[in-house]
Design a protein around this ligand. Structure first.
Ligand SMILES: [Zn+2]
Length: 139
């Protein structure tokens, strides 16, 4: 699992003007359902997110996407001292309202697999469950 130390080493200090950050103009064919039109994210997210979105659309799991709860956000992990990978724009949250920290995740196995087969780790399997959260599995 990617750690905040690895992210710091690879990308440098988190900042809105970090040179690794890009405004990804999501291709029109991927703007389905609640998938945003533009995402401010790390450049390394564009490939894996494109793949995950294509899978969400082709499997219709995209219909499960009820809220898009963001990518880039400089902050510590909730209740912890280490930085969240959101700080480098390499994590996203979805359906936060029903996949809260330490709650049993509501996302279907199909929805989750669209991400986990596209280069993401899912927080829903962690000891400290974070079912809304997907982050790059490698950087
Ligand atoms: Zn998250």
């Amino acid at each position: 699992m990617v750690t905040s130390q690895q992210a710091l080493k690879k990308y440098g200090a988190p900042s809105a003007s970090n040179p690794n950050m890009v405004v990804w103009d999501v291709p029109a064919e991927l703007e389905i359902g609640l998938i945003p039109k533009k995402i401010y994210c790390n450049k390394d997210m564009v490939g894996p997110l494109s793949t995950a979105f294509k899978k969400l659309i082709s499997t219709k799991a995209v219909n499960e996407l009820k809220t898009w709860d963001g990518c880039f956000n400089i902050r510590k992990k909730r209740g912890l001292t280490s930085m969240s990978l959101h700080s480098w724009g390499i994590a996203i949250d979805v359906n936060a309202f029903e996949n809260g920290l330490n709650q049993t995740p509501k996302l279907s196995a199909l929805f989750v697999s669209c991400f986990t087969t596209s280069g993401f780790d899912w927080g829903g399997t962690w000891t400290r469950k974070d079912g809304m959260h997907f982050q790059l599995s490698k950087i």
